[in-house]
Design a binder for this molecule. Structure first.
Ligand code: MN
Length: 269
C-alpha cells in the first residue's frame, strides 16, 4: 500500500510547524512526512530543528531516496508560495552559524517570533537551549536567578558533551520505558523552563520540539506547544486562517489531538 493512498488531508492552513524529523537517521518516517507535506498548503512552514540529523550521519552514512524527496518537497514549497523558516536544533546545530541568512529561499533563524492571525506572539525555538537546566531538578530551582542564566549560556558545552557521549533524545525515550518517574520529572522540568522563557521574552506562548513529545497546553499563563517528532509520533502543529492552532497526528487519517481556539477571533484576517 502506498503511503500517499493512506493519508488524504488536502488542507489549506496558515502555518505549519514540524520538528525532529531526523533525516539521515534510519528511524525517520520520511514517507509519512512526505505525504503530509504534499497534501498540505500553507503560507508559512517552520522547521523547528533536528530536521537533518548530522549526529546520526556522522556515525553512519544513511540517506535513502525518501529523505531526498522530503528535502526537494520542502525546497519546492519555498520556491513557490510558502515562506520556509528553518530554526536549527542540536542535531543540525551547524546551521545555526548561518542564522540571518536565506539559503535557497529558506530563511534561517536561531529563534523567531511568529504572530498568529488573531494577534498572539509565539516564540519559536528548538528547545535544546533548556537542556542544561532540565537534566537535574536542582537546576530548575534556580529559575530566574543569574546562575540559571549562566547555565543556559553554558548549554552549548552540554550539547558538545552529549554528542561525544552518544547521548541524544533516545536517552529520554529509554527513560520513558524504564524509568517512568524520571522521564515525567524531565518533561515537567522542560515545560517549566519553557514557560519561564516565554514570560522572560514577554510572548503569549512558545513553540518548540526537541523532547519528542507533542503537546498543546496552557502552562503558568502561557501556551506551551511542542511539535513532537517524525521518528515515532508523526505529529505537527498547524494554524488555521482564524488563528486556531491544532496538534495533528498522522495515522491513517490526520487526527486532531488537541485544539486551541483563537483568543481574539475578531482580529483574524
Ligand atoms: Mn533536539
Amino acid at each position: 500500500m502506498q503511503t500517499s493512498d493512506r493519508i488524504r488531508i488536502k488542507r489549506n492552513v496558515r502555518t505549519i510547524w514540524i520538528s525532529d524529523v531526523h533525516l539521515g537517521f534510519p528511524g525517520c518516517s520520511a514517507d509519512y512526512l512526505l505525504a503530509f507535506i504534499r497534501d498540505m498548503r500553507c503560507e508559512r512552514l517552520y522547521l523547528v530543528g533536528d530536521i537533518i540529523d548530522f549526529w546520526a550521519l556522522k556515525k553512519k552514512r544513511y540517506w535513502p531516496q525518501a529523505h531526498n524527496n522530503v528535502v526537494r518537497s520542502i525546497l519546492g514549497k519555498a520556491k513557490h508560495d510558502t515562506r520556509v523558516i528553518y530554526v536549527p536544533g542540536n542535531h543540525d546545530e551547524a546551521m545555526r552559524e548561518y542564522a540571518g541568512l536565506t539559503l535557497g529561499n529558506v530563511e534561517i533563524h536561531d529563534r523567531i517570533i511568529h504572530e498568529t492571525a488573531d494577534g498572539r506572539r509565539l516564540l519559536v525555538m528548538h528547545g535544546d537551549q533548556f537542556d542544561s537546566a532540565v537534566v537535574n531538578s536542582k537546576f530548575i530551582g534556580l529559575i530566574g536567578s543569574s546562575a540559571y542564566e549562566l547555565l543556559l549560556r553554558m548549554n552549548r558545552y552540554v550539547n558538545w558533551w552529549r554528542e561525544r557521549m552518544g547521548l541524544d533524545y533516545w536517552s529520554l525515550a529509554a527513560a520513558t520505558k524504564h524509568k517512568v518517574k524520571k522521564a515525567v520529572k524531565y518533561i515537567s522540568n522542560f515545560e517549566q523552563a519553557v514557560a519561564h522563557e516565554a514570560h522572560r521574552q514577554q510572548v503569549d506562548g512558545l513553540i518548540c520540539g526537541h523532547i519528542h513529545r507533542a503537546e498543546l497546553t496552557r502552562l503558568d499563563g502561557v501556551t506551551y506547544m511542542n511539535c513532537g517528532d517524525w521518528v515515532e509520533s508523526c505529529t505537527a502543529l498547524v494554524e488555521h486562517h482564524d488563528g486556531t492552532i491544532e496538534l495533528l497526528k498522522l495515522t491513517d487519517e490526520a487526527q486532531v489531538l488537541k485544539r486551541m481556539e483563537p483568543i481574539r477571533p475578531e482580529l483574524a484576517a
